[in-house]
Design a binder for this molecule. Structure first.
Ligand SMILES: N[C@@H]1[C@@H](O)[C@H](O)[C@@H](COP(=O)(O)O)O[C@@H]1O
Length: 235
């Protein structure tokens, strides 16, 4: 794990963008992408750039069950707005929150990931240490699956909805095993709300109770944290 400390999310987005350009030069063709407020500063750097991404494939981590891509709280909508509408890709995959057969759908999504191995994966971090929507307690061997969201995640994500009761209770998420297959991973975390999760991810024991801690077992992981998110680290 390599740790890069930055002043704020804007600087963090710029650092991620530099890493992204290096990855492109090395032949990256498939991106694993994340939603949430964390990667926005990175996506802004990408959309402001003159990079041509029309040869790239992207595969997103997760989506709420029950929301379709036209719903402005859906992750498909988020990705269109922050990235895809401004920078066309060759193809973009986001789990289908309206799939009629979720059990079949998760298998199809695994197949998509197998057919397009991820070169460069962007990750945010839940306040409880989740990655994608892999909540505490999720086995590390799991691939794409349907998740019952933790109460703490519903509360943390309620800010994106009118009422907490509108937050879907389930999501489709790429599994930890799928995420760990990526060739390179870049984790970003901003703000004091993430400080405990960042400490656990970097300095705590590797435990399924803090899903991101598994990233300690790999050396192809770069963590970008701002001062507030790094505030509980011992060095
Ligand atoms: N499923 C997403 C995660 O992929 C994301 O990393 C996390 C953090 O969100 P934010 O970046 O808004 O803090 O929230 C959600 O739960």
């Amino acid at each position: 794990m390599k740790i890069i400390k930055v002043k704020d999310p804007q600087e963090g987005g710029k650092v991620a963008f530099e890493l992204f350009k290096e990855a492109l030069l090395k032949g990256t063709k498939v991106l694993g992408l994340a939603t949430g407020s964390t990667p926005v500063s990175f996506y802004n750097e990408v959309t402001r750039s003159n990079l041509d991404l029309s040869d790239l494939t992207s595969i997103n981590l997760d989506e709420y069950v029950g929301l379709d891509g036209t719903s402005d709280q859906s992750y498909r909508y988020f990705m269109q707005k922050h990235l895809f509408d401004k920078k066309p890709f060759k193809e973009t995959y986001v789990p289908n929150g309206k799939a009629t057969n979720l059990n079949e759908f998760v298998k199809e999504y695994d197949k998509i990931i197998d057919e397009h191995p991820i070169d460069w994966q962007v990750l945010g971090l839940g306040q409880n240490g989740h990655i994608g929507f892999n909540e505490p307690g999720t086995p590390t061997t799991i691939t794409t699956h349907v998740v019952n969201l933790a109460e703490s995640t519903i509360k943390a994500n309620a800010r994106m909805f009118e009422n907490e009761s509108d937050v879907p209770r389930q999501a489709i998420s790429m599994g930890i095993a799928s995420i760990m297959k990526s060739k390179q991973l870049v984790v970003m975390a901003w703000g004091v709300e993430k400080a405990d999760a960042v400490k656990g991810m970097i300095e705590g024991p590797v435990t399924i109770e803090l899903p991101a801690s598994i990233l300690q077992t790999r050396d192809n992981v770069t963590v970008i944290v701002d001062e507030a998110a790094a505030s509980k680290l011992s060095k």
